[in-house]
Design a protein around this ligand. Structure first.
Ligand SMILES: Nc1ncnc2c1ncn2[C@@H]1O[C@H](COP(=O)(O)OP(=O)(O)OP(=O)(O)O)[C@@H](O)[C@H]1O
Ligand SMILES: [Mg+2]
Length: 270
């Protein structure tokens, strides 16, 4: 059984099928890249998996359990964590606090225990703190030490992206969804992030679905690549197979020629 099994997944926004009868399965331990031109529906796939939007049609099975109808925090608790294309950092909170808040779905103490600061609550908070520091330590010394107590607004853009990954890691996911983890990074940072994506699988044991525009990163990290256009899956296979697929090449070139919104509006069903 695949870790994640997506069947016939469909989401409309008005008349537009942002995701159109998508089938996709991800085996445990795989790194799968999701590629496609702007507006192809990649982020919407993440939003459907993580329960931000309900699908209009289709099935989402994680470890055989349906995710449809679950709240985002329930999906996090089942073992799916994500980062956002548009960063969701609480800039006025510290680095450590940003990671600690992400573990909320896993905390067990009730409100009263926390208000009264009962021993159970304090033990749990210490545990959450330890896990947060451990996740932040994955990025060497970049986010720990004196940085732990600095407000997130003081971080560089690349460090904010790393912070988002640490927050996802601290929820102890089985499946990690990364939405453009190298966006806005310089070539050196991008290369380092590509290496870290491999380490997230090899050392932490996560299964990873990554949305990525940088083809060098896609080539370097992917066991398998899935290409979307107009919400439809247009190719799937090894990096070489997908990168040389005529529909993929046409999707990227065509989209640039047409201008994105009109091209999407005139899209045909898959
Ligand atoms: N909440 C929404 N309401 C209306 N339309 C939406 C919404 N979210 C996405 N869309 C539309 O759905 C389509 C797919 O968007 P999506 O963000 O999934 O694309 P993407 O592949 O992630 O693109 P990019 O590479 O630019 O991030 C686009 O046409 C977009 O405008
Ligand atoms: Mg996107």
């Amino acid at each position: 059984m695949a870790l994640l099994e997506i069947r016939g997944l469909t989401k409309y926004f008005g008349g537009l099928a942002a995701v159109d009868h998508l089938d996709l399965s991800i085996e445990e331990g795989e790194i799968v890249s999701l590629i496609g031109p702007n507006g192809a529906g990649k982020t919407t796939v993440f939003n459907l998996i993580t329960g931000l939007y309900p699908p209009d049609e289709g099935e989402l099975l994680f470890n055989g359990q349906s995710l449809v109808g679950l709240h985002p925090h329930e999906i996090t608790a089942l073992g799916i964590a994500r980062t956002f294309q548009t960063l969701r950092i609480f800039t006025n909170m510290t680095v450590l606090e940003n990671v600690m808040v992400g573990q909320h779905p896993r905390s067990r103490s009730g409100v009263m225990a926390s208000v009264l600061r009962l021993p159970r609550f304090r033990r749990e908070e210490e545990h959450i703190r330890r896990k947060a520091v451990e996740a932040l330590s994955f990025f060497g010394t970049r986010l720990i030490g004196y940085r732990l107590d600095q407000p997130a607004y003081s971080l560089s853009y690349a460090n904010r992206r790393r912070l988002e990954i640490a927050r996802a890691m601290a929820t102890e996911p089985k499946l990690l969804l990364l939405d453009e983890p190298t966006a806005g990074m310089n070539p050196h940072e991008t290369l380092e992030m590509a290496r870290m994506i491999g380490q997230l699988r090899d050392e932490k044991g996560y299964t990873i679905l990554v949305i990525e525009h940088d083809m060098k990163v896609v080539q370097g990290v992917s066991d398998r690549v899935v290409a979307l256009d107009h919400g439809c899956k247009i190719a799937e296979g090894s990096y070489e197979e997908v990168a040389h697929d005529e529909r993929v090449i046409e999707a990227y070139l065509g989209r640039r020629r047409d201008g994105d919104q009109e091209a999407v509006a005139e899209a045909q069903p898959c």
